[in-house]
Design a protein around this ligand. Structure first.
Ligand SMILES: Cc1cc2nc3c(=O)[nH]c(=O)nc-3n(C[C@H](O)[C@H](O)[C@H](O)COP(=O)(O)O)c2cc1C
Length: 197
């Protein structure tokens, strides 16, 4: 039985469609006995700090070179790493804001990626991700519909997949979308959206 990490990032609490979709994914995995433990992380309740000069400096230090005070600065990033490292399955949800992922989720990604921890450089200069063998489900909610946007305007799935594969070694990402939430009379059937799961 596997352990899942459920990350939510919508500002709209219980009204959130992205949260509704990711919760449906979690419930389906639990009902099929694929997941036994779910760790919930609502980023609106524990927002990631912005990267600043001090934190970036800490990210690039060798683990042994960090003293007790400096470890405090890394507490959030260490928590992000530990939660994802202990999970077999990660279910991420995000609203679309201005064509991108929520700033909270981007902030979480910025706390996650660390050289020597989530990826390392090989002797030939190439990179290898360290968090292999994990499965990601991505739930995206948008007011509009991808089919109506100009070609090349998909930025959330492509960005998250690129970051995970380049800087974490996570390549197994399945995306589900709840679209058209801003349209009048919208009625969402989460089970139908995730029927291929
Ligand atoms: C600040 C803001 C920006 C948004 N930008 C977009 C956008 O660029 N494209 C889009 O289709 N919907 C956009 N929307 C609509 C949201 O994606 C939509 O309400 C979605 O359901 C939000 O996810 P949630 O229900 O999980 O909160 C935006 C909404 C807000 C509040």
């Amino acid at each position: 039985m596997k352990r899942a990490l459920h990350i939510t990032s919508s500002a709209r609490g219980g009204q959130s469609y992205s949260r509704g979709l990711s919760t449906a994914i979690i419930n389906k995995l639990v009902s099929r006995n694929e997941v036994s433990t779910v760790v919930e992380r609502d980023l609106t309740q524990s927002p990631p700090p912005f990267l600043d000069e001090t934190l970036i400096w800490e990210f690039y230090k060798q683990a042994g070179a960090t003293n007790g005070e400096e470890r405090q600065l890394l507490a959030y990033a260490d928590g992000v790493f530990n939660e994802i490292n202990q999970a077999d399955i990660i279910v991420l949800s995000t609203p679309m804001y201005n064509l991108g992922m929520s700033a909270l989720l981007k902030g979480w990604l910025d706390q996650l990626v660390r050289v020597g921890l989530t990826y390392k450089f090989n002797d030939d200069g190439s990179k290898s991700g360290c968090l292999t063998n994990k499965k990601v489900y991505l739930a995206i909610a948008s007011g509009g519909k991808l089919a109506f946007w100009p070609e090349g305007y998909e930025f959330i799935e492509s960005h998250i997949k690129a970051v995970f594969s380049t800087y974490a070694g996570i390549t197994d990402v399945s995306t589900y979308r709840v679209e058209g939430t801003a349209m009048p009379g919208v009625a969402i059937d989460y089970e139908e959206i995730i029927q291929s799961l």
